[in-house]
Design a protein around this ligand. Structure first.
Ligand code: NDP
Length: 601
């Protein structure tokens, strides 16, 4: 065992230089355009392998509230609306059931990375107790169905349906929602919660269309080919197969231990290693749950987690995991400095020191768990922890000790081509029977391109035109010129990325109270004023820069593949006082009943 690395024993200049060198190897001029969508010649890879499509007639009716997207956002908004007495709610979802990312991602080992107690929404409302601290995907998908059933959201839902158009009609003060199933129905209010992880991408590799074996993306797992199931049963179909998995992000980290167990041979193609800290998953037992589950417990836990990731000094850490550990280290470091010296520069230095210590610990973990020293070295992540999505797993690194598993480290260059027979990397062709693309999702592309439609608001102005100079909202939710429309996403609000459902539940509370107020007042429209929107943006600009997404980081979707966010960077932020300040602000705003900044007509 090594002595623990501390800020004083770490050669920070050497580390900074190493991080910069590793980043530079990976910078690619093409940025996000290095990737391909699952369309045209790859459209087959996008097909839903889980649920057959049911034919139905197009709809031309009217609903009070239409929500685009049936993931956590649509489910939680739908639930809150129903609780508020708005019962005429239709969710439109491109998958064959509710779940969003949890509908599509059924790869073996899929599991939440944030503790179930704060991650799985509406646990109190549905009476569900998660079975583990980090629940696996089938349980989360079932929970989505549970929310849908508990709140009667299945009745009007449209599955396997993609919205293709959304237009505001000033005459009748209604939205027209058009879909790829020929629907053109009217809705008084519309919510948009299309999420960041629904457009799967492939690496744009030469020859990718020529491969003669089996290929699929991790979000379209083909159990008919691999055998096994999302619950983790052995994938007997792989027992005689040579399998390649391309990518080593959060998805691959969870899938690799299962592939390592079941495939005859497994090649893991790595461009950038993930930082893989300990997971420490554990079953949750009834007695423990009963001891915490007093009314309001989930919100209390969510707030406590947010407080532990914030700048304050909370008295307790209820979740107590890898996410809160980094913040705790930073606070411990700050405690050594008198409060009078807590300048922004000093805070950043404390953050950097805590980060170096944490990453040294994670790199040593690779040395301790991986038998072959070269493989262990290749699995070390050389960047600050929040440059890439932090990963947590107790079996990933050990998977490389299995005889059939080979890490193909490409030293930042990645796979160079796909051939008829397999994968080219480092000048070698690796012949395989199956290629699994763990290459992620479009996250850095613009909202309209990802959503697949461009909302047309008042006076025919489109959302892409309105946001041509950057995203503009009030509270991350309302958009001037787009009456009765609500966005459910974290930016320009709490922007709390470590537990996205916390943002969603809070937005759902706001939407339900605004819609209830509009209905009680007999209003036809509710819309933010241009002044309120501008004042909100002015407030956002007074805050610190984005905590993640620096161009000093190794490229990835956090920093737009190394290109940064340019002039948009100050717009992809949260409340200047942090996530809890936003939640407190919006809670008071809702409770006041005045809904300052909104106009009801
Ligand atoms: P990512 O975008 O994180 O990872 C894609 C991977 O593909 C990266 O390792 C990337 O390398 C690699 N890659 C791309 N092109 C090439 C190439 N030419 N050769 C070799 N490798 C290549 O996608 P994931 O699906 O892993 O995760 C996406 C997000 O989904 C996560 O960040 C997380 O937010 C979420 N997620 C959450 C989970 C949870 O909560 N439990 C579980 C899984 C995912 P490079 O890093 O060099 O770009």
């Amino acid at each position: 065992m090594h002595a623990p690395a501390t800020a004083t024993t770490i050669d920070k200049d050497a580390l900074r230089a190493k991080y910069a060198e590793e980043r530079d190897k990976r910078l690619r001029a093409e940025g996000s355009s290095q990737y391909l969508r699952l369309e045209r010649e790859f459209a087959e890879l996008a097909a839903d392998p889980y649920t057959p499509i049911t034919p139905r007639e197009p709809l031309t009716d009217h609903v009070t509230f239409a929500f685009i997207g049936g993931g956590f956002a649509g489910l939680v908004v739908g639930a809150r609306l129903k609780q508020a007495g708005i019962t005429d709610v239709r969710i439109v979802e491109k998958g064959g059931d509710f779940g969003g990312t949890w509908y599509w991602n059924r790869y073996p080992g899929a599991q939440c990375d944030t503790a179930s107690m704060i991650y799985m929404p509406l646990l109190e409302e549905t009476g569900h107790m998660p079975s583990e601290k980090y629940a696996h995907a089938p349980e989360i998908r079932n929970h989505c169905s549970r929310i849908g059933e508990t709140f009667g959201l299945y009745d009007k839902a449209l599955f396997h349906t993609e919205v293709t158009g959304l237009e505001w009609n000033e005459g009748d003060k209604l939205w027209t929602v058009r879909t790829n199933r020929g629907d053109a129905f009217a809705a008084k209010y519309v919510g948009m919660g299309t999420g960041p992880l629904h457009v799967a991408k492939l690496p744009g590799l030469p020859g990718i269309e020529t491969f003669k074996g089996k290929a699929f993306h991790t979000s379209r797992w083909d159990y008919a080919y691999t055998g096994g199931n999302p619950e983790g049963a052995p994938m007997t179909g792989l027992a005689d197969k040579r399998v390649a998995i391309i990518g080593t992000g959060a998805t691959s980290v969870q899938a690799v231990p299962h592939l390592a167990r079941d495939a005859k041979e497994l090649y893991v193609f790595q461009r950038t290693p993930s930082s893989v800290d300990r997971r420490d998953n554990a079953p949750l037992d009834d007695d423990w749950f009963a001891s915490v589950a007093e009314p309001g417990w989930q919100r209390k836990w969510q707030d406590n987690f947010a407080a532990n990731l914030g700048a304050g000094f909370p008295a307790e850490d209820l979740v107590n995991d890898g996410w809160t550990d980094l913040a705790k280290r930073m606070r411990a470091n700050l405690r050594t400095v008198p409060p009078s010296e807590w300048t922004p520069a000093r805070m950043m230095a404390a953050f950097e020191d805590a980060d170096y210590e944490k990453m040294e610990q994670i790199r040593r973990r690779a040395e301790e768990l991986v038998n072959d020293p070269n493989t262990a070295d290749d699995l070390k992540a050389w960047y600050r922890q929040l440059c890439k999505r932090p990963c947590f797993h107790d079996e990933y690194l050990q998977a490389f000790n299995r005889p059939g598993v080979k890490l193909i480290h490409t030293d930042g260059q990645g796979v160079s081509a796909i051939t008829e027979k397999g994968v080219m990397a480092n000048g070698t062709e690796y012949e395989v029977d199956c290629i699994i693309y763990a290459s992620g999702f479009e996250i850095s592309t613009d909202y309209v391109a990802r959503a697949g439609f461009d909302a047309v608001g008042r006076d025919g102005r489109t959302l892409s035109e309105y946001w041509g100079g950057g995203m503009r909202t009030l509270h991350g939710l309302h958009i001037n010129g787009f009456p009765n429309l609500f966005m459910v996403q974290p930016a320009q609000a709490a922007n709390f990325i470590a537990n996205v459902p916390h943002n969603i539940v809070d937005h759902a509370d706001t939407i339900a109270s605004v819609v209830s107020a509009a209905e009680q007042r007999g209003a036809q429209t509710v819309e933010p004023t241009a002044e309120a929107e501008q004042a909100w943006l002015d407030l956002l600009r007074t805050g610190p820069a984005r905590a993640i997404g620096s161009t000093e980081c190794t490229p990835g979707y956090y920093n737009n593949e190394g290109k940064g966010w340019g002039e948009d960077a100050p717009l992809f932020v949260g409340h200047p006082g942090g996530a809890l300040a936003y939640f407190a602000h919006i809670d008071a705003w809702r409770k006041s009943g005045r809904f300052e900044g909104l106009e009801f007509t």
